[in-house]
Design a protein. Structure first.
Length: 134
C-alpha cells in the first residue's frame, strides 16, 4: 500500500459507473457488479492505489472496457468511443474508415482497443510507471 495504513477502497458501484458512463445506463446493476468483481482480480482491491478515487476511476475504465468488448452499452456511444480499434464504422448516413495500420496497431493490444481501455492504461501508467530492467 501507500503508507503505514493501507485501506481497502470501496469498489465502484453500478450507480457511479452509470453516472460516469451514461452509455451503460440501461445495463442491469447485477451485470455491472459481475464486471466489477472481475476487475478486482485484475487490479486488486484498491490497497495498492494511492487514493480510493484513483482506484474507482481506474476500475470504472476497466469495467467499461470489458463491458464494451462483451457487447454491452448503448451501441452508438460505446462504439464511437472505441472507434480507433475498428477499421470501419457505418451507421445511417455516417461512414468512417481507418487505415489498416491504425486498426492493426489498436488490435495488437486488446486493452487499447477501446477508449476506456486506453484511459485505463494511461491512468495505470501515471501511478505505476514501468520499470526498465537492464
Amino acid at each position: 500500500g501507500w503508507g503505514a495504513e493501507a485501506t481497502m477502497a470501496t469498489p465502484i458501484s453500478a450507480a457511479d459507473l452509470k453516472i460516469r458512463f451514461p452509455e451503460f445506463a440501461a445495463i442491469a446493476d447485477g451485470t455491472i457488479d459481475v464486471f466489477v468483481t472481475n476487475s478486482i482480480v485484475i487490479i486488486g482491491d484498491g490497497d495498492n492505489w494511492p487514493t480510493p478515487a484513483a482506484y474507482q476511476l481506474a476500475q470504472g475504465y476497466l469495467v467499461a472496457h470489458d463491458m464494451t468488448l462483451a457487447g454491452y452499452g448503448q451501441a452508438s456511444l460505446a462504439q464511437l468511443k472505441g472507434l480507433q480499434g475498428v477499421p470501419r464504422f457505418k451507421a445511417d448516413d455516417l461512414d468512417i474508415s481507418f487505415s489498416d495500420e491504425a486498426a492493426k496497431s489498436q488490435l495488437s493490444s486488446p486493452i487499447k482497443s477501446t477508449h476506456y481501455g486506453r484511459q485505463f492504461v494511461e491512468l495505470r501508467g501515471r501511478y505505476f510507471p514501468a520499470i526498465a530492467v537492464a
